[in-house]
Design a protein around this ligand. Structure first.
Ligand SMILES: O=C(O)CCC(=O)C(=O)O
Ligand SMILES: [Fe+2]
Length: 203
C-alpha cells in the first residue's frame, strides 16, 4: 500500500491525527457538494440484509450497498456479498481518493443510517479479503454522528464526531489495535450516509 508517497504525505500532514493511524480531514468535500451527493445516493437501491449471529436472524440496523470492481466479492457472516457496478459519482470519489492517497481502492461499502436509531456495533475491518494492515477511507455525508474508537489493550474510547463532507483515513495498525462503532443517538433525526472505500483481494 503506497498511501505514504511524497504527495500523500503532504496531504496527510494537513489532516488532524486523532490517534496513531487515524487521520481526519474535516472538510474533504465542500458542504454543498456533500449535500448534493447525499441526495443522489439516497435514491439508490438500498438493501437491508438479514444476518445470522449466534443462530439468530437479524436485519442489519441500517441499510447498505456494496459496490466495486468485478472480483471484489467478500464473505461475511456466512454470506457472499457480490459488488454492484460503480455508480458515477461514487466512481469519481473513488478515483479522487486513489489520486489523493496513492491507494488502490477497488470497492466501497455504503451505509445509510436513516435516523439516529440506526447504528453499527463494535468491529474491526480485518476480514482476510482486506489483507494485512488495510487502508480504509471513510467519507461521511449528512447528519453528524459520533464515531467511537476503542483501543483493544487499554479499552480506552475516543469519540470523534464525523462531519458532513469529512474523510477519516484509517491505516497502519488501526484495525489490529482498535475497534470502532457508531452508537445509537436518539436525538439525531436526520439521515447519514457513510462510504468506506477498501482494497479487496476478492473471493
Ligand atoms: O458509518 C461509519 O462511520 C462506520 C462504518 C464502518 O465502520 C464500516 O463500514 O465498516
Ligand atoms: Fe468499519
Amino acid at each position: 500500500m503506497a498511501w505514504n508517497d511524497s504527495n500523500s504525505i503532504e496531504r496527510i500532514n494537513r489532516a488532524k491525527q486523532v490517534l496513531p493511524d487515524f487521520y481526519y480531514f474535516e472538510q474533504f468535500i465542500t458542504e454543498s457538494k456533500a449535500n448534493a451527493l447525499y441526495q443522489q445516493l439516497a435514491c439508490l437501491n438500498w438493501q437491508q440484509p438479514t444476518l445470522t449471529v449466534f443462530n439468530k436472524e437479524h436485519k442489519i440496523p441500517r441499510k447498505q450497498i456494496y459496490m466495486g470492481d468485478e472480483g471484489t466479492g467478500y464473505r461475511y457472516s456466512n454470506q457472499l456479498f457480490l459488488p454492484e457496478p460503480w455508480q458515477g459519482s461514487v466512481l469519481n470519489l473513488k478515483n479522487t481518493l486513489n489520486n489523493w492517497f496513492s491507494t488502490q481502492f477497488n470497492a466501497v461499502l455504503l451505509n445509510w443510517y436513516r435516523t439516529g436509531e440506526d447504528k453499527m456495533g463494535w468491529h474491526a475491518d480485518n476480514e482476510a479479503e482486506l489483507g494485512f494492515s488495510p487502508t480504509i477511507a471513510s467519507i461521511s455525508l449528512g447528519a453528524v454522528r459520533k464515531f467511537k474508537i476503542r483501543e483493544n489493550s487499554t479499552k480506552q474510547v475516543t469519540d470523534l464526531p464525523l462531519a458532513n463532507g469529512s474523510c477519516l483515513l484509517m491505516t497502519g495498525r488501526s484495525q489490529e489495535n482498535y475497534q470502532h462503532s457508531l452508537p445509537v443517538q436518539k436525538r439525531v433525526v436526520d439521515g447519514r450516509i457513510n462510504l468506506t472505500f477498501r482494497t479487496v483481494c476478492g473471493v
